[in-house]
Structures are given as structure tokens and as C-alpha cells.
Design a protein around this ligand. Structure first.
Ligand code: PEP
Ligand code: MG
Length: 959
């Protein structure tokens, strides 16, 4: 063979063509489903730990509600953005506040909710919030407090001091402050906090006289440590060393065993740490302390860990962090004090019962540090009955007010309850559904509000197996890739598709580990319980195929090096060999060593109730992309209202006979040879369509005519072997095979001989498929099945292309109806995948009864990014902010979305009855579904496993 031919062949057959990737994905129809239908017997582990953030006690002198709290006029919450004197400091206290819960972007989540709690009359230690805009200004003016800000802070502080009857730096009436960060989106633990601010030698004596020496000096040493660490950059370890030295010198284990004089001594030692660590004295002026602490919190917005957190979590567009300065209340003032965190309902199960932890005589840090084991929140009733009663009432007030399950932090200072923080609580999928349905039953929310309380990702959790307890395996995570297909998988590592199939046949659970997958691997991918690839993005072959099956997949895991010939994979310094157990978390991308315990998916009665509400609310229909009767059944079980895309080519790989017939058709030189080969395929196709129509009795089924480039049906591997296989399969000579291969090879198959170009060049191909569809439809109608066939022409760019195929389809229908003495109603439509088709949609609509946007190809051709090669530069684009999302995953609303809108308008103008849907991968992505619903499409079509997610997203956009 000529080297040029070889080169062409290699280029065309090794080019990972996306459509080819999809061809064989579902051919093993009789395998047990990777994703069993969820059962109500599913077990749920405690997936959410009680608390994620520290409790920060605040306030010392207890404000006496009503008397010491000065009534105050409510100022305008948000100043006019065009004004040059923007309000930057917002105070709050009992019964009044200058902010509210709607001001998260300006006050941060913590500040907005503190303001809200204060204004609805809950006991919140008085304080002030410096806005996120002030933080932005601080950064803009070169990390300096912008002009006038300090004066505004002082004015706010005066109000707080008035509320408290206590003053910062005043030894006779000492006021201590907490200074806490709080951005509009929670960034737990990423930014700074300083507690007990305001202490110095004079103030601590005053405090000791009022509240006892031990407490005063314990607060002072805590402040010196935290202030030194957070504000002055002196490592916490240096303070800790002093503490540990003292404990061992005194022969004690617990900090609480230190006496007042021990603590006094420790305070002096801590002060010396400042001199050692910074070469300067501890700043004893409380105002200076406050200024430095505010700056430190502002600075922490730009700390490397905060920047990294925002980049990992895709948090963009925020102005900065707010600073909450609040008077301290103390949970460590003896056995009538304490501190705790709770969720108003169980975040894991959704059960309506307070769920949390509580520590008597403690500060929040003690809970976090694990010095003592917190008690169940219910026990607080025995220790502090009055405070507990008020806490329960507050939980009810907050749930009624926020209409959601809340996450609360509180402190009890000498029997009196203080609310330190509230926010809507994070929850598992199971918890979310139960909370939403219960709250409707309780009359707290209506079904429209309830539908918004469950996130699409929550449904993902419910429909895939999950790990019992994600917190327990953290130490065994060895690598992280892309969360390509959610769920959890536990299995033994194999390195080839054949091995995965063989191991599966022996009843073993295999995880297929590949550098990347190709269509040849689909058998093994199907047999494996999970897939891990070193390369490839969220739309790589492995990701798309796995998602279609609902199978767990981690792709693009660049931390691993796969050696499939020697059957091992290297992760950092670890070598994992064939047969070793690993676990994959497809929802986070984590690769975990060993066998982690799994919980099966759970479809509860609540979920069904909830989904029925979503269905009542949504207007856009949800169909499924399904190619086999089994997939069709799964889609139906998941609530699909029909099939929006049946890719006929997938059936060609279902057996050796079929693929042999396909190859004969490809190798055919004359029309007659081709027709003979197609005659062999016809019965197979008809039987497949019958199965699908039967599964979708009463619902529409959209069948697409053949789309991928023909060379994708050729065998892969060594050229000589391919040629000998083809010669044997098709009965042609080697020369003929070579000649045909050369003719079929393409430089860019994605833009080559595919789509309607095939049916126009080889009309007999479309004829066979249309015949099979209509024969199946008539035969099933005669058996009492209600069929709504819709025949779809792919990759149309001009009305003439579609016109050609429409005439062909109608002519075949006429013949089939005559031959069979019966007819069926059917529709003919087209995919809109080529930008030109969108531009001339009005002309195309004259020929089409329906449009289905193929947004995979439309994205490819609009951006000019190959679906196969985008993975090479996409990570760079995402990390440099050139793209915000992978456009093959999340619809590009500004570009591709505009083509969708324009084609919809133009199409409907030409044919008002035009039915319009979308069947690209975006049909199951929530933000894209919302866009399609708002653009007025009639349906979205997505993989059977994403159908519930699309149903929910479609409801949320109109709820
Ligand atoms: C599309 O292009 O969006 C589509 C659904 O077709 P395929 O992915 O099969 O090219
Ligand atoms: Mg396409």
C-alpha cells in the first residue's frame, strides 16, 4: 500500500470522530442496566456532617432588650449606585437593622442574614457590617482603607456601643468585638476571623473585675493567639508551643485545667511571641487592633487559598468580602453558658427534628478543635431549658420566615440565647426532597416554592448509587479528575475493554482504566461498573457514553499515568496493578483507594410526589435520546414524554451479522450491490423500530436517518488486518477494498461525508430506513399499539437538501402504504445543526414539520471547535477565563443560543404549527433547559438518566 494511502487511512480512522464515539454505545442491550431503577429500600448514610464552620461567639456585656437598645431610624438599605457618597457601613441590633436578607451581594450572606434576624426581633448581638463594595474600593486604592470609611465605621461603632452600654477600650465598661468575613457566596474557612478584639492589659483587668480573672485571661490569650496568627502573620504553632509547654510543665492535659494565674503567665509568654515573631510589641490600642483586623479580613479576600477556592468552585463576579464587626457574647462563662450549631431538620434524611451539637461552657473554637465531644442538641433541653425553648421557637420563626430548612449557630451566655448566624442549610438529595414535600404538607410553602427547593444535582444523587459516607474516605483519595458522570463505583482495576467484559462475565466488578476510550471500548465500558480516563473532557467519548448509561465516570484525570500493556497505573508514587480495588466518585471526580461502602439509589414516594408537582408546573416537554427498546423503557420510567432522538446507526453494531451487512453496503460500488446489502439490514432495522414503538406506545418517537461518516463502520486496528477482515466480510478483492478505503478516507470527517449528504448520495440508504420505520409502524398499529413516528433528516444546511429527502420519504411512504394496504400518520422534520440552517430556518421550515436543534454539532460549527479535539485546549481556556464553561456541556447562550432563538422565530413565522425541540447534550443540563424553555421550544430531549433533571429544571424556570 502507498504510504500516502496509509497516512490517509490512519488520519481518518484514528481521528476520534464524535459521532463514531456514539455509534456503539448501547449495543449490548441485554446486559443488566448499569443503573438499576431506584428502589425505596435504598439506605442513606449520614452524608452531611452536622456543622461545617466554626462557631464564633460574640459580645460580652449583655444588652438588655428594650432598655439599653436604642431605637434607631432605619436608614435607606442600599444607596443610589450613582451617588458618590455610597453607604458602606450598615448597623444592626435587636428589632432593627439597616440591611436585610435581600442584600447578600452588598452585605455578604452572613451580614445580610444577621440584619434580617435582628429586624425580625431575634436576639442578635448588635454590630455593623462593612459592605463588599468597601472591600472592592480597598483593593482598588492599593489596600488602604478608602477615604471616609474609618469615620463611618466609628459612627457605626458608636451605635453598637450605645446599644451595649459598653465601650471599646474602656476598662470599666469593656466591649469586646468579633471581626468576621462574609462574602455573598459562602466560602467556608477561606477567609479570616478575629475574636475577643479590644483586650489589652487595662481592659483585661476591668474584664477580670466584672467577669472573673480566669475567664478574662483565657479570653486575652485566645485573642493574642488569633490576632497574632490572622492579623500579624505569626504562626499559630508558636503560640501553641507555649501553651503545650505550660501544660506539660504543670502536668495537665486540658486547657480548661489551667488556672487564672497560669493564664496570666501565658498571656505574658504570648506577648513575647510577638517580639520574637515580628520584632514588635503586640498592638495594645483597641482602635488600632480594629483597624488592623478589618484590613486583614479585606486582605484575606485575595489570599491564595480564597482565590483557589473561588476558581475551583467557579465563583466569579463578586465584589469582595464584607466585614461583620459584632459585640462578643460568651459561651464559656460557666455551666449556664454554651455554644452550638444546628440544622432545623436533619439535612441527611430530611426528618423534621433539630439536628445538631451543643457544648456547655465552651467557645466555638472548642467545638472545632475537638477538645471536647459535643452533645446532641436535644440534650440542651435538660441543661438549659429556657434557652432551648427559645432556640426551638427561633428555629420555627426562621423556617417560617425563610421558608426553608436553616443552618444556625448560636451561643448561650448565662442562660440567655444569642443567634450568631443563620443561612439555608446544605442538604443531601434525599433530605432536599423530603424537606420540600414536608414543607408543602405543613403549609409552609406551596408546590411552586417547593419545586425550587431541590437542586437538579440533588436528583442526580438520588438516581445514582452513592457512597455511604463521603467524609470517611477523604484520606484515601489519590487523584482527582473531572466529575464526568455522577454516582459512585467500586471495583477492581482492569486496563482493557476485553478484560472488563471477561471480568464482568465472571461476576466481578471491574473499573476500566484507560488513557482515553474509543468506540471499540464500549463493550468493556458497559461491562465495567465505572470508568476512569487520564485524558478527555466532559464531552469526551467516555463521558458522553457513561452519562448516557448513567454509569459512574471520572475523565481527564491527569494525575494518573496508565500503562495498559504492563497493566498498571501510576498515581504520584503509588502503583495500582490489575485486580486492585479502587473507588470512583463520579460526582466529585475523586479516585479513592480501596473498597468504599456504597448505598443504592433511592426513589421514594416523596420523590414521585415531588416530580408530579414539577410536571404540573413545567410547560416544556421532556423527551429522551434512546436507541434501543431497553433505553426507551428506562426513559419512560424516568418520565420521558417520547423519544426526541433515536440514532439509528447504533443498531448497526448490535451484532456481527449487522455490521457485516453494513460493511457490504459501504464496500458496494454499484447501486445494485448497495441495495442488496441494505436488503439484509432492513429486517434488523424494522425489528428494532418495532421494539422502540412498542416501548413508547402512545408517545412520539423521532428517528434520525443515518448520520455518521461511513468510514466509522470500518474495523479499526492494523491496516492489513482491516483489509483482510473486510475482504472476508464483503467478498471483495483486496484491491477493491484498498480503493474503497481510499475513497472513504477524509481529512476532516466531522465536516465531511455524513448527515443528509449520505442519503442524498445514496438514496437507497434513506429508502431502506424509511421503509423499515413505516413497516414497523404499520405492523405495530395493527397490533393495537399507538405509534407517532417522526422521521428526522440530519445535518441539513440548505432547504434543497431537506427537500430532496422529504420527497424521497413521502414517495417511499406512498409505496409502503400501498404494499401493506394500510397507512400511519407520520411527520418529517430536520435537525438544525449547521449554522446556515439556522440562518435560513424560514425556508427550511417550508419543508419541515419539526425542527430539532442538534446543539452538539451546532456548537461545534458555531465555535469552530472540533468536538473531538476541544479537550486539548479547553482546560487552558477555562483556567484563563476565556470561556466560563465547556460549551459542549453548558449552552453558549450568547452565540449558539441566539441561533436557536432566531431559527425558532424564523421557522415559526414560516410555519406556525412547527414543532421545535433540542436533542444535543444540552437537553439535560439545567441552565440550558431553562434557556430552551424561555426561548419557547416545545421540548428538550436528553439521555434517559437525565430526564428527571430536565423535568425539574423545566419546572424551576417557570415556578
Ligand atoms: C447533535 O449534534 O447535537 C446531535 C444530537 O447529534 P450527534 O450528537 O449524534 O451528532
Ligand atoms: Mg449531530
Amino acid at each position: 500500500m502507498s504510504s500516502i494511502l496509509k497516512d490517509i487511512l490512519i488520519r481518518s480512522t484514528t481521528s476520534e470522530v464524535y459521532t463514531r464515539k456514539l455509534i456503539k454505545e448501547k449495543f449490548e442491550v441485554d446486559q443488566p442496566r448499569a443503573h438499576p431503577r431506584p428502589t425505596s429500600a435504598g439506605r442513606w448514610a449520614r452524608a452531611v456532617r452536622c456543622h461545617g464552620s466554626r462557631i464564633e461567639p460574640s459580645g460580652l456585656a449583655e444588652p438588655e432588650p428594650g432598655s439599653k437598645l436604642r431605637a434607631q431610624a432605619i436608614l435607606t438599605p442600599v444607596s443610589d449606585p450613582t451617588s458618590t457618597t455610597k453607604k458602606r457601613v450598615f448597623t444592626f441590633g435587636k428589632g432593627r437593622s439597616e440591611g436585610n436578607k435581600g442584600m447578600k451581594s452588598l452585605l455578604g450572606g452572613k451580614g445580610a442574614n444577621l440584619a434580617e434576624m435582628a429586624s425580625i426581633g431575634l436576639s442578635v448581638p448588635p454590630g455593623l457590617t462593612i459592605s463588599t463594595e468597601a472591600c472592592q474600593e480597598y483593593q482598588q486604592v492599593g489596600k488602604k482603607l478608602p477615604p471616609g470609611l474609618w469615620e463611618e465605621i466609628m459612627q457605626g461603632l458608636k451605635i453598637v456601643e450605645g446599644d451595649m452600654g459598653a465601650f471599646l477600650g474602656d476598662p470599666s465598661r469593656p466591649l469586646l468585638l468579633s471581626v468576621r468575613s462574609g462574602a455573598a457566596i459562602s466560602m467556608p474557612g477561606m477567609m479570616d476571623t478575629v475574636l475577643n478584639l479590644g483586650l489589652n492589659d487595662e481592659v483585661v483587668s476591668g474584664l477580670a473585675a466584672k467577669s472573673g480573672e480566669r475567664f478574662a485571661y483565657d479570653s486575652f490569650r485566645r485573642f493574642l493567639d488569633m490576632f497574632g496568627d490572622v492579623v500579624m502573620g505569626i504562626p499559630h504553632a508558636l503560640f501553641d508551643e507555649k501553651l503545650e509547654d505550660m501544660k506539660s510543665a504543670k502536668g495537665i492535659k486540658l486547657d480548661t485545667d489551667l488556672t487564672a494565674s497560669d493564664l496570666k503567665e501565658l498571656v505574658e509568654e504570648y506577648k513575647s511571641v510577638y517580639v520574637q515573631g515580628r520584632g514588635e510589641q503586640f498592638p495594645s490600642d483597641p482602635m488600632r487592633q480594629l483597624e488592623l483586623a478589618v484590613k486583614a479580613v479585606f486582605d484575606s479576600w485575595d489570599s491564595p487559598r480564597a482565590i483557589k477556592y473561588r476558581s475551583i468552585n467557579n465563583i466569579t463576579g463578586l465584589k469582595g468580602t464584607a466585614v461583620n464587626i459584632q459585640c462578643m457574647v460568651f459561651g464559656n462563662m460557666g455551666n449556664t453558658s454554651g455554644t452550638g450549631v444546628l440544622f432545623t431538620r436533619n439535612p441527611s434524611t430530611g426528618e423534621k427534628k433539630l439536628y445538631g451539637e451543643f457544648l456547655i461552657n465552651a467557645q466555638g473554637e472548642d467545638v472545632v478543635a475537638g477538645i471536647r465531644t459535643p452533645e446532641d442538641i436535644q440534650l440542651m433541653e435538660t441543661h438549659l431549658p429556657e434557652a432551648y425553648k427559645e432556640l426551638v421557637e427561633n428555629c420555627e420563626i426562621l423556617e417560617r420566615h425563610y421558608k426553608d430548612m436553616m443552618d444556625i449557630e448560636f451561643t448561650v451566655q448565662d442562660q440567655r440565647l444569642w443567634m450568631l448566624q443563620c443561612r439555608t442549610g446544605k442538604r443531601t438529595g434525599k433530605g432536599a426532597v423530603k424537606i420540600a414535600t414536608d414543607m408543602v404538607k405543613e403549609g409552609l410553602v406551596d408546590t411552586r416554592q417547593a419545586v425550587k427547593m431541590v437542586e437538579p444535582q440533588h436528583l442526580d444523587q438520588l438516581l445514582h448509587p452513592q457512597f455511604e459516607d463521603v467524609s470517611s474516605y477523604k484520606g484515601s483519595v489519590v487523584a482527582k479528575g473531572l466529575p464526568a458522570s455522577p454516582g459512585a463505583a467500586v471495583g477492581q482495576v482492569v486496563f482493557s475493554a476485553e478484560d472488563a467484559e471477561a471480568w464482568h462475565a465472571q461476576g466481578k466488578s471491574a473499573i476500566l482504566v484507560r488513557t482515553e476510550t474509543s468506540p471499540e471500548d464500549v463493550g468493556g465500558m458497559h461491562a465495567a461498573v465505572g470508568i476512569l480516563t487520564a485524558r478527555g473532557g466532559m464531552t469526551s467519548h467516555a463521558a458522553v457514553v457513561a452519562r448516557g448509561w448513567g454509569k459512574c465516570c471520572v475523565s481527564g484525570c491527569s494525575d494518573i499515568r496508565v500503562n495498559d500493556s504492563e497493566k498498571f497505573v501510576v498515581v504520584e508514587d503509588k502503583v495500582i496493578r490489575e485486580g486492585e480495588w479502587i473507588s470512583l466518585n463520579g460526582s466529585t471526580g475523586e479516585v479513592i483507594l480501596g473498597k468504599q461502602p456504597l448505598a443504592p439509589p433511592a426513589m421514594t414516594g416523596d420523590l414521585e410526589t415531588f416530580m408530579a408537582w414539577a410536571d404540573e408546573i413545567r410547560r416544556i416537554k421532556v423527551m429522551a435520546n434512546a436507541d434501543t427498546p431497553e433505553d426507551a423503557q428506562t426513559a419512560r420510567n424516568n418520565g420521558a414524554q417520547g423519544i426526541g432522538l433515536c440514532r439509528t446507526e447504533h443498531m448497526f453494531f448490535a451484532s456481527d451479522e449487522r455490521i457485516r451487512a453494513v460493511r457490504k453496503m459501504i464496500m458496494a460500488v454499484t447501486t445494485e450491490q448497495r441495495k442488496n446489502a441494505l436488503d439484509l439490514l432492513l429486517p434488523y432495522q424494522r425489528a428494532d423500530f418495532e421494539g422502540i414503538f412498542r416501548a413508547m406506545d402512545g408517545l412520539p418517537v423521532t428517528i434520525r436517518l443515518l448520520d455518521p461518516p461511513l468510514h466509522e463502520f470500518l474495523p479499526e486496528g492494523d491496516l492489513e488486518q482491516i483489509v483482510s477482515e473486510l475482504t472476508a466480510d464483503t467478498g471483495t478483492t483486496e484491491e477493491e477494498v484498498y480503493a474503497r478505503i481510499e475513497k472513504l478516507s477524509e481529512v476532516n470527517p466531522m465536516l465531511g461525508f455524513r448527515g443528509c449528504r449520505l442519503g442524498i448520495s445514496y438514496p437507497e440508504l434513506s429508502e431502506m430506513q424509511v421503509r423499515a420505520i413505516l413497516q414497523a409502524a404499520i405492523s405495530l398499529t395493527s397490533q393495537g399499539v399507538t405509534v407517532y413516528p417522526e422521521i428526522m433528516v440530519p445535518l441539513v444546511g440548505t432547504p434543497q437538501e431537506l427537500g430532496h429527502q422529504v420527497r424521497l420519504i413521502r414517495a417511499v411512504a406512498k409505496t409502503v402504504f400501498l404494499e401493506m394496504g394500510a397507512s400511519v400518520n407520520y411527520k418529517v422534520g430536520t435537525m438544525i445543526e449547521v449554522p446556515r440552517a439556522a440562518l435560513v430556518a424560514d425556508e427550511i421550515a417550508k419543508e419541515a414539520e419539526f425542527f430539532s436543534f442538534g446543539t452538539n454539532d451546532l456548537t461545534q460549527m458555531t465555535f469552530g471547535y472540533s468536538r473531538d479535539d476541544v479537550g486539548k485546549f479547553l482546560p487552558v481556556y477555562l483556567s484563563k477565563g476565556i470561556l466560563q464553561h465547556d460549551p459542549f456541556e453548558v449552552l453558549d447562550q450568547k452565540g449558539v443560543g441566539q441561533l436557536v432563538k432566531m431559527a425558532t422565530e424564523r421557522g415559526r413565522a414560516a410555519r406556525p404549527s412547527l414543532k421545535i425541540g433540542i436533542c444535543g447534550e444540552h437537553g439535560g443540563e439545567p441552565s440550558s433547559v431553562a434557556f430552551f424553555a424561555e426561548a419557547g421550544l416545545d421540548y428538550v430531549s436528553c439521555s434517559p438518566f437525565r430526564v428527571p433533571i430536565a423535568r425539574l429544571a423545566a419546572a424551576q424556570v417557570v415556578a
